[in-house]
Ligand binder design. Structure first.
Ligand SMILES: Nc1ncnc2c1ncn2[C@@H]1O[C@H](COP(=O)(O)OP(=O)(O)O)[C@@H](O)[C@H]1O
Ligand SMILES: [Mg+2]
Length: 345
């Protein structure tokens, strides 16, 4: 599949996708390839990501990375289901993703503010000015939540937790999701914040592993748009929730296994006790430097209050990955969803 390209080194290897630094005709590029043919859903998201980047107006490239080539398959309509797919992006030389910078301890307060200002310009003054297709929580959020609850109730690892009336998470007894969610679904304030809010073009997977920064002549670049369920348009609170969840350390720690977890499925209240890793360089750095306050404030200024939507979307984001992650991350995501839902006022 990569016959025409010489691989220099992998940038990220994933279950479905690889991101590779390659050379084609003597020029360096970044190739993203979907190599699993048996995952229709990952395939759909891959195609959407490619389409999203190609269809962005020129005024947004940059800050978004540009696509420079793709396999024949992607140009067919619909793309064939029995072939691997790939596309090539420009190589963002001199840019490093912010997570890597944090891991090196390379982000001071003034740098953090600069990154945020650049993000505010890219998003608030750029991307979020584009009208998006209508977003209906009813079409995306609730069906995903329902499917995952059904999955959990029948999953060997999760069933004792998913079927219990309440869980004990870090010493607190919390009502389980099937008990709390029905009232949430019919909440009018939530509907206002989620369905009645303007729908704009979103990044969809907005967190600091998909934001690259260049310290010399400061600039940012955005990569990897479109969320796991294929969402790329909707209310700004969708991006806000994911962004805040990474900044809090939670999403980062889940993604990179930077946590400890003990669990006990027995009894009336199955137990989950967890803590984030104490010695992780990214987590420690995140506590010392504010990489979010300015961006979140600008988002809130644009949207007004979104607390209810943040809660539900946090539950949704945690649950959406449950069927796609192994233990113990799978259980921790479920427990985090329960914990978050319990904060619904
Ligand atoms: N065009 C690019 N130039 C340089 N580095 C890139 C580029 N695209 C991605 N990367 C690096 O590779 C990582 C993974 O790419 P990404 O598109 O986010 O893949 P994934 O979907 O696997 O998260 C990014 O976090 C970034 O560090
Ligand atoms: Mg990424």
């Amino acid at each position: 599949m990569i016959a025409d390209a010489q691989v220099i080194r992998p940038l990220q290897t994933g279950f479905w996708e690889n991101v590779l630094l390659v050379k084609v005709d003597g020029r360096t590029r970044v190739r993203k390839e979907l190599h699993r043919l048996d995952t229709p859903w990952a395939r759909d998201v891959f195609i959407r990501e490619w389409r999203y980047l190609r269809e962005l107006p020129e005024s947004l490239q940059p800050p978004f990375v540009s696509v420079i080539a793709q396999c024949e398959g992607l140009l067919a309509d619909p793309p064939p289901a029995d072939q691997p797919l790939w596309f090539d992006m420009e190589y963002l030389e001199g840019f490093t993703d912010v997570r890597a910078l944090l891991a090196e301890g390379d982000v001071g307060p003034s740098e953090a503010m600069r990154i945020q200002e650049l993000l505010v310009t890219a998003l608030i003054d750029g991307l979020y000015r584009l009208d998006g297709e209508p977003f209906e929580a009813g079409r995306i959020v609730w069906p995903v939540i329902e499917q995952v609850l059904a999955f959990a109730a029948n999953d060997d690892d999760l069933a004792p937790y998913a079927r219990a009336d309440a869980l004990m998470v870090n010493g607190k007894v919390l009502p389980n999701l099937p008990r709390t969610l029905p009232a949430v679904r019919v909440d009018e304030a939530l509907r206002q914040q989620l369905d009645a809010a303007p729908s704009v073009v979103l990044h969809g997977d907005l967190f600091y592993e998909n934001v690259l920064y260049r310290p010399d002549s400061p600039a940012i670049r955005l990569v990897d748009p479109v969320s796991v369920a294929g969402v790329a348009a909707g209310p700004v609170v969708f991006d806000r929730t994911k962004f805040a969840s990474w900044l809090s350390g939670g999403l980062y720690a889940l993604r990179h296994g930077a946590f400890e977890l003990r669990s006990d499925p027995a009894g009336r209240h199955p137990r989950v006790d967890y803590a984030w890793a104490k010695d992780d360089p990214v987590l420690s750095h995140l506590h010392r430097v504010d990489l979010g306050g300015r961006v979140l404030a600008a988002m809130d200024e644009l949207t007004g209050p979104t607390e209810r939507a943040q809660t539900v979307l946090d539950v949704y984001f945690n649950l959406a990955m449950v069927p796609n992650t192994p233990m113990p991350q799978k259980l921790l995501r479920y427990a985090r969803a329960v914990e978050r839902q319990a904060q619904w006022a």
